[in-house]
Design a protein around this ligand. Structure first.
Ligand code: CMP
Length: 143
C-alpha cells in the first residue's frame, strides 16, 4: 500500500494546528503509520531539502525547519501521495485553495505549515530518512 511522508513544520506546531491536520488525513480515510515530534538538526534539514540547495531561499528554509519542533508522520492509503498533496494545497499559500491546509492556515510561502512528499519515489526516500527506526505495521479490517 502506498505511503507518504508528511511533516508539520515549526509554525504549524507552534500555532496549535497538529490536531486539525491529523484529523483531515484521518477523516479522508488514510492510516497513520508513524508519528513523532522532534527538533530537527541542521544536517537532517539540509539532507531533506538537498534538492533545493542551490535555491536562494535554501538557508532560510533550513533555519525555519530547525527553529522549533516538527511533527514527522507517515500516512498510508490508496493514492496517498497525490491526494495528500491535494489536502495540503499548493506550495505557495497565495495559490492554495480554501479548504486545503495551506489555503486555510498560511499566507507566506516561507511559512507554509506543512510538507508532503511530491512523488512515490520521494516518499520512499523521505520515510527512510525520517524514520530509520521503521514504522508500525497495523491494518484496519477494511483496509
Ligand atoms: P515544501 O513542501 O516543504 O517543499 C520545499 C519548500 O521550500 C516549500 O515547502 C517551501 O516551504 C519552501 N519554498 C519554496 N519556494 C520558496 C520561496 N520562493 N521562498 C521561500 N521558501 C520557499
Amino acid at each position: 500500500m502506498e505511503q507518504t511522508y508528511i511533516m508539520i513544520k515549526p509554525d504549524g506546531v507552534q500555532r496549535g494546528l497538529v490536531g486539525d491536520i491529523i484529523s483531515r488525513f484521518e477523516q479522508k480515510g488514510f492510516y497513520l503509520k508513524g508519528l513523532k515530534i522532534i527538533t530537527v538538526d541542521r544536517a537532517l534539514a539540509e539532507k531533506h531539502y538537498a534538492d533545493l540547495s542551490a535555491k536562494p531561499f535554501f538557508n532560510g528554509l533550513v533555519e525555519y525547519i530547525i527553529s522549533g519542533p516538527v511533527v514527522a508522520m507517515v500516512w498510508e492509503g490508496k493514492n496517498v501521495v497525490v491526494t495528500g498533496r491535494k489536502i495540503i494545497g499548493a506550495t505557495n499559500p497565495a495559490d492554495s485553495a480554501p479548504g486545503t491546509i495551506r489555503g486555510d492556515f498560511a499566507i507566506d510561502i516561507g511559512r507554509n505549515v506543512i510538507h508532503g512528499s511530491d512523488s512515490v519515489e520521494s516518499a520512499r526516500k523521505e520515510i527512510a530518512l525520517w524514520f530509520p527506526e521503521g514504522t508500525v505495521n497495523w491494518q484496519c479490517s477494511s483496509h
